[in-house]
Every structure is written in C-alpha cells, then in structure tokens.
Design a protein around this ligand. Sequence first.
Ligand SMILES: Cc1cc2nc3c(=O)[nH]c(=O)nc-3n(C[C@H](O)[C@H](O)[C@H](O)COP(=O)(O)OP(=O)(O)OC[C@H]3O[C@@H](n4cnc5c(N)ncnc54)[C@H](O)[C@@H]3O)c2cc1C
Length: 331
Amino acid sequence: MNNQLDLLIIGAGPAGLSAAYAAAREGLNYLVIEKGTIADTIRHYPVGRALFSTPNELEMIEGSLKPVREKPTREELLSHYVHFVLDHDLKINTGEEVVDAQRQVDGFLVRTNCHEYQAARLLFAIGAMAHPRHLNIPGEDLPKVHHRFVEPYPYVRKNVLVVGGGNSAAEAALFLSEEGARITMAIWREDWENRDPKAGAMKHWVRSPLEREIREGRLRVILYKRIDEITRSEVTLTSDEDESLTLPNDVVFVLVGSDADLTLLRKLGVEITSGKLTQLPVYNQETFETNVRGVYVAGHFTNARHIKAAIDVPRYVVPLIAKDLKAIVSS
Ligand SMILES: Cc1cc2nc3c(=O)[nH]c(=O)nc-3n(C[C@H](O)[C@H](O)[C@H](O)COP(=O)(O)OP(=O)(O)OC[C@H]3O[C@@H](n4cnc5c(N)ncnc54)[C@H](O)[C@@H]3O)c2cc1C
C-alpha cells in the first residue's frame, strides 16, 4: 500500500497525540504510526501509580482530565488519552512499527512492518524508552533480572534488589517495600546525597516515605560502587567503601534510565549531539525542525521532556508545518 500524506507522525505518546489533534485541526492529511498501544509508555508505568504532575500539565484539552484525587493515576491518565483519540477520531495505527525512512525529492518514503507511506513531512515523537540501560555485568541476562518495574505483588517476602538512583528506582523500591518484599536498594552516593530537584534528585514525596521504610527497618540502602555479578540465588556488589558484599537474591530490578532509538533519524542525516547523560537530535529551538528539511522532533527525546512540554510543542509546531505546506502549494 502506498499512501501520500502531508504529515506522518511516529509515536502515539502525549507528543504524538497532541500532534495528531493539531494536524486534524489544520486539515492536514496525517497519520500516526505507533508500534505499541496508545500512550504505550504510560501503559508501562507501575500499576496504580499516581503521576507527579497535575491535570493541567497532562490533559489534552483544558479541564478535560478529572481525576478522583489531586493527581491522576496511570489508569486515569491512560483512559484520558484513549478517550481523547476516540472522541476526536484521530487517525492512529497501533501495533505498527516504523522500520525505515528515506528522503525523496518531494518528501519521504516510510516503511513499517506492514506498509509503505509517502509523506511530505515527518514528525518523530518516539519518546526515550526504546533502550533501557543495562549494567553489562555477568548474570544480567538471567530471567529474574528486569529493566522495567510494573507491580510488586509477585515479590512478597522475596529478596529483591533495586539498582538505581532516580525516581523510577526509588518509587519501585518504596512500592515493593510497602507490599512486603525484602528490599535492598543499591544507589550511588552522589544520587543519594543529591537534594537538588533541578539536578534530577528524587522527588521529596518519594524520598520521605522511603526514609520512613529505612528507619523502620523494612528497606536497606547500600551506597555502591558497582554490581559485580548476579547469579540464580545471589548478587555480589562492591560498596563505595570498597567492601565486597554478597546478598541472597530472588529478583533484580535495574532501573538506571533508558535511551531513545535515534537510528532512523541518523539514517535520514539528522545531526545528533551528546547531551549531559544522553544523545539528542539537533533541532531549531523555535520550529523543532532538524537540520534535515521536513523532519521534525517533539517530546521526551528532545529537551522538552515532561508530558506538559511534549503536549505543548506540537501545538505550535504543527501549525507551522501546515503553513509551510500551504506556502509550497500556492507558490
Ligand atoms: C515510570 C515513569 C513515570 C513518569 N512520570 C511522569 C510524570 O508524573 N509526569 C511527567 O510529566 N512525566 C512523567 N514521566 C515521563 C513521561 O512518561 C514522558 O515525558 C512522556 O511519556 C513523553 O511523551 P512522548 O510522547 O514524548 O513519548 P512517549 O510517551 O514515550 O511516546 C513515544 C511513543 O513512540 C512509540 N515509538 C517509538 N519508536 C517507534 C517506531 N519506530 N515506530 C512506531 N512507534 C514508535 C513508542 O511505542 C511510544 O508509544 C514518567 C516516565 C516514567 C518512565
């Protein structure tokens, strides 16, 4: 199948959904291709998790997200995004992955695992969850090692190690501890001592209950230098005071961040730069167009990271794309 589109949007997270709505309003012939489900990243949050953002930072239309409490849960937010798609009949193909994109004289040829499309403009809204970071140590490939945390209930009274120093690791450790796992958290000293929210310190509403769990003896924190080896029943690690420790262990969660897959952008010729922790595409800060004419970026793998920015950016970028396309047609 070969479809001629004005705009092909890759990814149906908050950025891609916002872009789709803006494209529909602009009268563009658009399509969103999503390899997973609508808001797949949010679907992979831990069950029942409350967002740290307020409704006005997450909703697609002002006043439309009405959680029971002050902040919505994963389930309330997912339902909000699904109903946004249904209510506005947005054009999204789920379960379809973009596997290749090539430049052509007047646009792009995009291949997915099932179809080919031609599009005048491309918007990458691919998020930054493609590659969970690994420790690259012996035993990390054992089935008991996970790089995403979904729920605590299978781990009651199990010996669990959570590795990582950000909010995801801290939340997982807390949730597991509260639901009866025997939990150890391995964290770098600089992460544990970091109290600066702007420098990625864990949120205080995660840290306070975590400290309570530690005080009350349900959670152990080890300031570590490296994890040396994971075996079927143990984990060996080196503390930041160079002490070698061996812990009995049933399950490990390695929650040390994830990276976007920039392969397609690179292949199209988009420049990539090294950020503080990760790599970022180079793009115009006003238009979010990359150095490749007609290729745009939005969302978590740009500097506009959180959901609010992921939603806001396409609201003004897509009208710019529409204006650009109209100018070409009338010239
Ligand atoms: C546990 C956790 C908790 C978080 N809590 C918050 C919070 O409380 N508040 C907040 O603001 N942010 C939070 N975030 C961050 C938030 O989830 C992201 O900022 C947000 O999802 C970014 O939206 P996005 O549309 O840019 O990317 P995503 O939501 O990641 O969407 C990208 C989509 O692109 C799809 N995709 C990627 N490659 C392809 C391809 N080749 N073909 C087709 N589809 C593709 C993916 O499947 C995905 O659905 C949290 C993140 C995590 C992991």
